[in-house]
Design a protein around this ligand. Structure first.
Ligand code: SF4
Length: 719
C-alpha cells in the first residue's frame, strides 16, 4: 500500500458516519494506538492500513470544529485487522476461500444469469444502504433496473427516515430533512425535539441547539438531550401521535395558532382539527402519562417564541404509524405557522451518513433518480433517455426493505441477493427471521470492507473501498451536497463499488460505457437524470463543490451564458412544493402499536443508538476505544422494575418478545419509565436488539415498528 506523503496538505473530507457529515481534515499520522487483539474479532493476517490523523474542520459550518467520539476514531476502521482485502468465495466445506477478482465476479455473474434464466428477473434482488455515496446509490439503482431488470431493490434507509419522508412529501410536496441550514437552529427561541437524542447521536448539533433559547424534548427516556431541555415530556412508547394531537388541541383551544398563516399557506386544517378536538389534555395525559400542565407549557414555549422549530427523529418515525405521527407533529408546526417562516420551521434529523442523498437517486423500491416516482411516465421516459434504454423496459415498483427481506428464498420470492453497504442481519427487524431467509437463498453476495455479520453468511464477499479511500459526494441532512475525497490509496486487492458494479454489468452483457466507474462521470450522469425532479442536482458539479460553494438542492442547471443557480438553502419561504403552493394538514389519528402488552410480555422495549456506536456497529465495533466505552448490549431498566424481575445492576438479563430473546447487561436507570426498557441495536449475536422487534409496517412508508415491542425481562437462568 502507498503511504501518505508527510508533505501532502491535509485532505478536506467528511466523517464516514452520520447525516451531520461533520467536516474533517485528514493528515498523515498514526491514529491513537493499534487495537489490542482482544478487543476485536479474530483477524486474518493483514498488514495495517496506512495511518491517518483526523482533525475537525473548524470552517465547516455544521460542526464548527467539533467531532464526536466516532468521528475522532474513524481512521481506525481503515486499519481494522480483519479488513477484507481479497474476494472470498464459499468453499465445499462451507467456509470462505480467498479468490481472484476474476473468479469471484465470474461466479457472481454466472450464478445471477442462471437464476434469472430459471426464475425471471425478479428472482434477483438488491439491497443498498443510506451510507453509500450519491454516485454508488445512483449506479446501484441503474444496475438493478437495467443490468438485472429487476423490480426488487430497496435499501436500509427504509428503516431510518422513511416515515418523515412520506409525511414531508404529503405535507409540503417535497422531502428534504431540514429545509433550512443547521446553523439557523442557533437563532431559535424554542426547539421541540420529538424522538431525537442528538446529544448522543449527533453531538456537534448541540453546538447550535445549546445557543437556542429553550429545548422541549419528547422522549420516553431521560436522554442526555432531555437532561439539557427546559422541558422534558416522557410519553409511553407508541403514544407520541396522541401527544402531538394534544399539542394541536391546546394550540387551537387557547387561541395560540396562527390563523392567517393557516388560511393563506395551508389547506386541510378543519379535518385535522376535528381529529385533534377529541384529544384534550387530560385525555392525552391518561394515554401518554404526560401531565396536562407539561403539555400546555410545551405549547406556550413554542407559540410564544418568535423563532421556533419542530424537529422529529427516529423516536417519532419508527412506528407502524410513523408517517401519521410525523404528520401530527407537522400539523402542530403548521398550526403555529412555522414551516416556511424565516427563522422557524419543521425538519427531520436524518440519521445515516447519506440518508438524504441515499433516498434521492433511485435505490428505493418506488423511486427513480431525482426523487421521482417510478410509475411517473414522464420520469420513466426522462431517466430511460439518460440511461439509453427503452422506458418500457424499466421495471415498476418493487417490495420495501422489510418485505423484500421477508420474501427471500420463499416460493416466488427472490433467490439471489446482492447487498451493498448494509448489514441487515443486525439492523433489520425480526433479525432471526432475516437470517433464516438469507440462509434459504441460492446466492448471497455482499460487498463490504469488513466481514459484517451479513458478509459472513455470503456465498461471495467482495472487498470494497471505504470513505478515506474514495471520491464522491454525499448529501447531508440539510440537503447540502458535499465532496468525499480520497486521502489514501486503498489496500491492494480492494476495489471501488462503482468498479464492481461496472464489472458485473459488463459480464451480464451490458455495454461498459453504460456503467462508468469514475465518480465524476457518474455524478455528471446523475445530474442529468435528476433534471426535472424535486431533488434537482443539475447545476451542481465537482468543480463548484471543490471551489468551496455551499450548494443545497434544488440546484437546477441554467442556460449557457447565464449565472449558475446558487442552490436553495432555505425552502418554502414563498410557497410549498404542491402545485397550489400550499402545505397540507393531514387527517391523522392515534392507533395502538402492533404489539399489545399482556401478562406474558408486560413491558415496552424501545431501541436506539448510543454515543459510541453507529447503526449495526459493523464499523464502530472495530474501534477499540469505542468498544471499551460500550462493549455489549445493555438493557436500561427502572430499579423498581428490575427489582420485581429479580435483576440487579450488571447482571445478565434475558429480554423476550414474541419474536425472540436477547441477552443484555442490566443498567439501572432511575429516570426511565417503569413500563419501559431500552436497548441499543448495535450489537451482534444473542445481543441483537432486533431479535425482539417485529415486522408490522407503516402502511404509507413501509417503516417497521422498531420503537415499540412488548417484552418480558428475567434473569438469565430462569425459564
Ligand atoms: Fe461523524 Fe456524526 Fe459524529 Fe459528526 S456527529 S463526527 S458526522 S458521527
Amino acid at each position: 500500500p502507498s503511504s501518505p506523503d508527510p508533505e501532502e496538505p491535509a485532505v478536506a473530507t467528511h466523517c464516514p458516519y452520520c447525516a451531520l457529515q461533520c467536516g474533517t481534515r485528514l493528515q498523515p499520522g498514526a491514529p491513537p494506538g493499534p487495537p489490542p487483539p482482544s478487543a476485536v474479532p479474530a483477524a486474518p493476517a493483514a498488514e495495517p492500513a496506512p495511518p491517518l490523523r483526523v482533525e475537525p474542520d473548524a470552517d465547516f459550518p455544521v460542526n464548527q470544529g467539533g467531532l464526536c467520539h466516532k468521528g475522532w476514531t474513524a481512521p481506525a476502521v481503515l486499519r481494522a485487522p480483519d479488513r477484507l482485502r481479497t474476494p472470498l468465495v464459499r468453499d465445499r466445506a462451507g467456509g470462505h476461500a480467498p479468490a481472484s477478482w476474476d473468479t469471484a465476479l465470474h461466479t457472481v455473474a454466472s450464478r445471477l444469469a442462471e437464476i434469472r434464466a430459471a426464475h425471471g428477473p425478479d428472482s434477483v434482488a438488491v439491497f443498498g444502504g443510506g451510507g453509500l455515496t450519491n454516485e454508488k446509490a445512483y449506479l446501484l439503482g441503474k444496475f438493478a433496473r437495467v443490468a438485472l431488470g429487476t423490480r426488487m431493490i430497496d435499501y436500509n434507509g427504509r428503516f431510518c427516515m422513511s416515515s418523515a419522508a412520506a409525511a414531508g412529501v404529503a405535507a409540503f410536496g417535497l422531502d428534504r430533512g431540514l429545509p433550512f441550514p443547521v446553523t439557523d437552529l442557533a437563532e431559535a427561541d424554542t426547539v421541540l425535539l420529538a424522538g431525537a437524542n442528538p446529544a448522543e447521536t449527533m453531538p456537534p448539533l448541540m453546538r447550535h441547539l445549546n445557543k437556542a433559547g429553550a429545548l422541549v424534548v419528547i422522549d420516553p427516556r431521560r436522554t442526555p438531550t432531555a437532561e439539557r431541555a427546559a422541558l422534558h415530556l416522557a410519553p409511553a412508547p407508541g403514544t407520541d401521535l396522541a401527544l402531538a394531537l394534544g399539542l394541536l388541541h391546546i394550540a387551537v383551544t387557547e387561541g395560540r395558532h396562527d390563523e392567517e398563516y393557516v388560511r393563506t399557506r395551508s389547506v386541510g386544517f378543519r379535518a385535522a382539527w376535528r381529529r385533534a378536538a377529541g384529544w384534550w389534555p387530560e385525555r392525552v395525559e391518561l394515554l401518554t402519562g404526560v401531565p396536562a400542565s407539561a403539555q400546555r407549557e410545551a405549547v406556550r414555549l413554542l407559540s410564544e417564541a418568535r423563532r421556533a422549530y419542530v424537529l422529529t427523529g427516529r423516536g417519532a418515525e419508527q412506528h407502524s404509524k410513523g408517517t401519521d405521527t410525523v404528520a401530527a407533529f407537522v400539523n402542530f408546526a403548521l398550526a403555529l405557522g412555522l414551516p416556511g417562516r424565516p427563522g422557524s420551521g419543521y425538519g427531520c434529523l436524518t440519521g445515516q451518513g447519506n440518508g438524504q442523498g441515499g433516498r434521492e437517486h433511485g435505490q428505493k423500491a418506488d423511486q427513480l433518480p431525482g426523487y421521482r416516482h417510478i410509475t411517473d411516465p414522464g420520469a420513466r421516459a426522462h431517466v430511460a433517455g439518460v440511461w439509453g434504454v427503452d422506458p418500457d423496459s424499466l421495471p415498476g415498483p418493487g417490495l420495501s426493505a422489510a418485505e423484500l427481506l421477508g420474501a427471500l428464498g420463499t416460493d416466488g420470492g427472490p433467490r439471489a441477493l446482492l447487498v451493498f453497504g448494509s448489514n441487515p442481519v443486525v439492523s433489520a427487524p425480526d433479525a432471526e427471521r432475516v437470517q433464516r431467509r438469507l440462509a434459504e437463498l441460492d446466492l448471497l453476495v455482499v460487498a463490504d470492507f469488513v466481514p459484517s455479520e451479513t458478509a459472513t453468511m455470503a456465498d461471495v464477499v467482495l472487498p470494497v473501498t471505504q470513505w478515506a479511500e474514495e471520491e464522491g459526494t454525499l448529501t447531508n441532512l440539510e440537503g447540502r451536497v458535499l465532496r468525499r475525497r480520497r486521502a489514501l490509496a486503498p489496500p491492494p486487492g480492494v476495489r471501488g463499488d462503482l468498479a464492481v458494479l461496472r464489472e458485473l454489468a459488463v459480464r451480464l452483457g451490458e455495454p461498459a460505457d453504460r456503467f462508468p466507474d469514475d465518480p465524476r462521470r457518474v455524478f455528471d450522469e446523475l445530474r442529468r437524470a435528476s433534471h426535472g425532479g424535486t431533488a434537482d442536482y443539475g447545476g451542481i458539479s465537482y468543480e463548484r463543490l471543490d471551489a468551496g460553494e455551499a450548494l443545497h438542492w434544488p440546484c437546477p442547471a441554467t442556460p449557457d451564458g447565464t449565472p449558475p443557480h446558487p442552490g436553495t438553502p432555505r425552502l418554502f419561504l414563498d410557497r410549498f412544493a404542491h402545485p397550489d403552493g400550499k402545505a397540507r394538514f393531514q387527517n391523522v389519528d392515534h392507533r395502538e402499536p402492533a404489539d399489545a402488552r399482556d401478562d406474558r410480555f408486560p413491558l415496552w422495549a424501545t431501541t436506539g443508538r448510543q454515543l459510541a456506536h453507529y447503526q449495526s456497529g459493523a464499523q464502530t465495533r472495530r474501534v477499540p476505544e469505542l468498544v471499551r466505552a460500550a462493549p455489549e448490549t445493555t438493557v436500561e431498566i427502572h430499579p423498581d422494575t428490575a427489582a420485581r424481575a429479580g435483576l440487579a445492576e450488571g447482571e445478565l438479563a434475558r429480554v423476550r418478545s414474541a419474536r425472540g430473546a436477547v441477552l443484555a447487561r442490566v443498567r439501572l436507570v432511575a429516570t426511565l419509565r417503569t413500563d419501559t426498557v431500552f436497548l441499543p441495536f448495535h450489537f451482534p449475536g444473542h445481543g441483537r436488539a432486533n431479535l425482539l422487534t417485529g415486522t408490522a409496517l407503516d402502511p404509507r412508508s413501509r417503516m417497521p415498528e422498531f420503537k415499540v415491542s412488548a417484552v418480558s425481562v428475567e434473569p438469565v437462568g430462569s425459564e
